[in-house]
Design a protein around this ligand. Structure first.
Ligand SMILES: [Zn+2]
Ligand SMILES: [Zn+2]
Length: 940
């Protein structure tokens, strides 16, 4: 490989370009005075969904026999409101598709599902798990089962019309799915919830069993789950909503969608151009009350539409991929049927509906030699990554299923739909089955299935759903080390391959230490050029159907080979939309707010910035500052403690990078990775050598023991096998970011003004807030505003500053998103007089506790320690940002790094809710000031 090093001095920046690629001439020097270019904003997980929606009218065009009530004596006599079939198509970033078809109909017969499944597979290559069909269960629509009509003398003449209706419906549905797929365009998906109260349990216990009547004390599910589909500008395109209630306000001879039809109609009237789709929940034992009048159906529809509107006003939870789909049948056993003689006796009686039921079973026995003993109930699980689990169950599902699954699947949001893919009969829970009555098996006497189900029906259904919903979304990075000009094909975790070529590595060094401050690599991923910042708070970037990041370049791996890197750069790849690591196997290792204090992440310089110090110490781990002896340190993974307090569990069996020390603990997990925790003030007794610990378990307390430099922080790093075949650091910043934000779904915006910088007096410094993150993607950030130490302000992701006095500055970045959310971060700039390298300016570390869920009136503890000042040189002055008078304290100036009382401690209470910026400063004898800032969010 040919390497060219061109040093160019650009306004204080020394840039070195490592170029190679035999064909490439040396790059021309950049124009003078060009600041470091703004980073391309880096979405953690893309919002690269596509969605398409379509609707078709399915109102019968002739009088039809109506479904739902056995007591009807004649076909339909008109139309009160039209019926619709609608389809919402969704495609995730790797091309997995889901089409949800909703029907204003009584039922989805399995025959209809099977027909459409085959048709769309042939026509659109849509696989069976990608199709979800749900009906609203309106009792004011047509009977779809012509064969059932043909079985009944009074209804025989109406069978052909039902057959014609279903034949036309099938053709409409296959075209509908095609239309929705054809309209797939980039979209944003959010989950929100509202509440509506008109459903009431309809199983009233009486002396003679359970009556169909409103029963206030029975279980209900009043949640209104809402999937909001918007275009990339945030404009609403479609809204899919659910409710667990029979669609039975009306039972006359007019066609209509009942309350669910009206709710969709009202939403579409309120939001012109928007398609509203209704998916019924587990409402098998729920009725809308009051009922019986057209106005009731409209009121309930209005209530439900308003609940959707209310949901749309709640904080949206953006959904990420990947789409994980599963569709399987679970075999449900029936209780044993009576012997033949008994069936014959019942068949001969004139008891309704028992006689007809016995006749149908005898007919089955005669034709097939047996009566079926089981029924194949379809269950479907759709996971939107780890954000939402949508469960769709066949049958007239009773409410207990939703309540239980929401409990047992909690973690992601959970949405349970009933009446999906096959509405065969009631699907009772164990409780309903025990209690008996209509939903427990009484209703099946009107059909042709034996009944009731066996006692294990609920456990079988729930067991299958849990199995499908808990299939892990396996993920971890696929890494490759490349020299400039080299190309490699990488296999990603899902089996997909990607071709990646390293085109260029560009390094930026500072003027004072000639230390590497930023490396930027240009790569070609599947032919598409992408520029990535190496580590230093950069998250993976999505390029086409992959995510890619660059954890390390050669320039950072100079003195000790922590990374196991032989090449110019390491690249890591994941499929687009995938989590960076298998969800549920990695979590944030401290119980505090993101960026609650100072941090030093991979590749950031961690030696206190003494300009005379050599060699430069490029940090490979992740330092999370926090309040000494107050922050719990947690196991980031399930694992075993293989080193604690200077001991090794099995000496001689670990990679060389696993180095025991008194303040250090190492965990090893099932992947064989090692997790280092340093500077612990104490190790928890439950995490002694050899202990097996669970993810999230407390293993110690954050401190400044060992070689901490005197600031209290957790040093955390991960050691894993690397492409070179050696052990090395696995860059963990992006994993921490994902783990933290998965656990805090409502934190949708993150200002990022890090890493800290070093500048000479008078030199131009570019502050960079372009790494700021929005859960909705980079385009959702509306503004970046800077407020500087001298009171001046600037707008934009980057801002240029010069400082005429040495010190440690903390500049405020405020980021606002398009929904009005805001967040702050602080850009730390350490300014040194280049003429006086011996005069190290002061620096300062501040932290507070607690950092999460602070309520007005809570007492907070603030800790501060200054560095490079004598113990008696000045004092720290706190300004808590709430108008209260300043408070002065004096820390020891880090005279003795490990002094147990080195930090100055003070308490403060915020009396009102708000977003506060606290500031603390200390000035040395030369008049040089170090300032630190903290962001404190106080809830009402
Ligand atoms: Zn029903
Ligand atoms: Zn560290």
């Amino acid at each position: 490989m040919k390497r060219l090093c061109i040093a160019l001095v650009t306004a204080g920046w020394v840039g070195a370009l490592i170029a190679s690629a035999a064909a490439q001439p040396p790059a021309a020097p950049a124009p003078a005075a060009q600041p470091p270019a703004a980073q391309p904003p880096a979405p953690l997980a893309p919002t690269a969904w596509k969605a398409g929606v379509a609707a078709v009218k399915i109102t019968p065009e002739e009088p039809l026999w109506m479904a739902g009530y056995a007591s009807r004596k004649k076909p339909s006599e008109g139309v009160a409101a039209d019926l619709f079939a609608k389809a919402l198509a969704i495609e995730d970033p790797v091309g997995t598709r889901l089409v949800i078809v909703t029907l204003d109909l009584i039922s989805v017969p399995r025959t209809l599902r099977d027909w459409l499944e085959a048709a769309v597979q042939e026509k659109h290559a849509l696989k069976p798990p990608s199709l979800l069909m749900n009906c609203s269960h309106t009792h004011c629509g047509p009977e779809l089962r012509a064969s059932r009509l043909a079985d009944d003398e009074a209804k025989v003449p109406h069978a052909p019309a039902a057959e014609r209706y279903v034949a036309a419906l099938q053709q409409k549905l296959v075209a509908l799915v095609g239309d929705a797929l054809a309209r797939l365009t980039p979209a944003r998906l959010d989950f929100q919830r509202g509440r509506a109260g008109f459903a009431m349990n309809r199983r009233r216990p009486t002396r003679k069993g359970y009556n169909n009547a409103p029963y206030f004390d029975g279980p209900v599910d009043h949640e209104v789950p809402v999937l909001r589909v918007a275009d990339l500008q945030g404009k609403l395109v479609a809204v899919l909503f659910g409710y667990a209630c029979h669609n039975t306000t009306m039972g006359d001879y007019l066609i209509r969608g009942d309350y669910a039809g009206y709710a969709q109609q009202y939403l579409e009237e309120e939001h012109p151009g928007v398609t509203a789709l209704f998916m019924i929940g587990c409402g098998g034992d729920q009725n809308p009350y009051p009922r019986g009048k057209e106005e009731h159906a409209k009121y309930h529809g209005r209530s439900l539409a308003l609940a959707v509107e209310a949901a749309l006003q709640t904080p949206p939870k953006p959904l990420r991929g990947p789409l994980c789909l599963a569709f399987e049948d679970v075999s449900l056993a029936f209780a044993p049927v009576p012997p033949r003689e008994e069936l014959e006796k019942t068949a001969a009686s004139n008891k309704t509906p028992d006689a007809g039921h016995a006749q149908r079973l005898l007919k089955e026995l005669q034709e097939t030699g047996k009566i079926r003993a089981t029924y194949a109930c379809p269950v479907q699980v759709v996971r939107f990554g780890r954000d939402l689990t949508l469960v769709a169950i066949g049958g007239e599902t009773v409410v207990d299923y939703a309540l239980r699954l929401k409990r047992e699947l909690a973690g992601p949001s959970v949405w349970v739909a009933g009446y999906s893919n096959d509405v065969f009969t009631y699907l009772p829970s164990a409780r309903v089955l025990r209690e008996g009555g209509y939903e427990a098996g009484g209703a099946s006497k009107w059909g042709s299935l034996p009944g009731p189900f066996a006692a294990d029906v609920e456990d079988r259904v729930v067991g299958k759903i849990l199995e499908l919903a808990r299939r892990p979304i396996e993920s971890q990075p696929a890494a490759v080390d490349l020299n400039v000009g080299q190309e490699a094909t990488v296999q990603l975790v899902n089996g997909q391959t990607a071709t990646v070529k390293l085109l260029e590595v560009q390094e930026q060094r500072d003027s004072l230490r000639n230390a590497l401050r930023l490396a930027r690599v240009t790569v070609e991923v599947n032919g598409r050029p992408v520029t990535l910042g190496s580590a230093t708070y950069h998250l993976p970037v999505t390029a086409g159907d992959v995510q890619i990041d660059c954890p390390i370049t050669r320039g950072y791996n100079q003195n000790i080979d922590y990374w196991g890197l032989d090449a110019d750069a390491r690249l890591r790849l994941w499929p687009a939309g995938y989590p960076l690591i298998t969800p549920g196997t990695f979590s944030y290792p401290v119980n505090q707010r993101w960026f609650a204090s100072h941090t030093l992440m991979a590749n950031q310089i961690g030696d206190g910035e003494d300009v005379k110090k050599k060699p430069i110490y490029y940090h490979w781990g992740l330092d999370l500052g926090g309040a000494e002896r107050m922050v719990d340190v947690l196991a980031a993974t399930d694992g075993q403690v293989v080193s604690a307090a200077g001991e090794l569990l099995q000496p001689g069996t670990y990679p060389d990078l696993v180095k025991p020390r008194g303040d250090v603990l190492y965990l090893r997990d099932a992947r064989g990775w090692y997790y280092r925790y340093s500077h612990l003030d104490s190790i928890d007794p439950s995490a002694g050598l050899g202990a097996k610990v669970n993810m999230g378990q407390k293993i110690g307390v954050l401190g400044k023991q060992g070689a901490s430099g005197g600031w209290s922080h957790l040093h955390f790093d991960i050691v894993a096998p690397q492409p070179s075949g050696r052990w090395g650091i696995l860059e963990g910043y992006a994993l921490l970011f994902e783990a933290y934000h998965d656990a805090h779904p409502l934190e949708v915006l993150q200002a990022v003004a890090r890493p800290h910088q070093l500048a000479a007096v008078g030199e131009a410094v570019t502050l960079d807030g372009s790494r700021s993150w929005s859960r909705h993607g980079p385009d959702h950030i509306a503004s970046h505003t800077w407020t500087f130490s001298d009171g001046k302000t600037a707008r934009g992701p980057t801002a240029k500053r010069r400082y005429d006095k040495p010190g440690s500055y903390s500049e405020i970045l405020k980021v606002v998103d398009k929904d009005g959310n805001l967040d702050y971060d602080f850009a730390v700039v350490r300014v040194q007089d280049s003429e006086a390298p011996d005069q190290k300016p002061p620096s300062i570390h501040a932290a507070y506790w607690p950092t999460c869920d602070i309520k007005a009136g809570d007492e907070l503890t603030f800790k501060v320690r200054s560095f490079s000042v004598a113990p008696d040189e000045g004092q720290e002055e706190w300004n808590f940002g709430d108008g209260s008078p300043p408070v002065c304290v004096q820390s020891d100036g880090n005279a003795q790094a490990l002094a147990p009382d080195g930090y100055a401690v003070t308490q403060h209470t915020y009396l009102n809710a708000g977003h506060y910026l606290a500031q603390v400063s200390r000035t040395n004898r030369r008049g040089e000031t170090a300032t630190a800032r903290l962001e404190i969010v106080v809830r009402p």
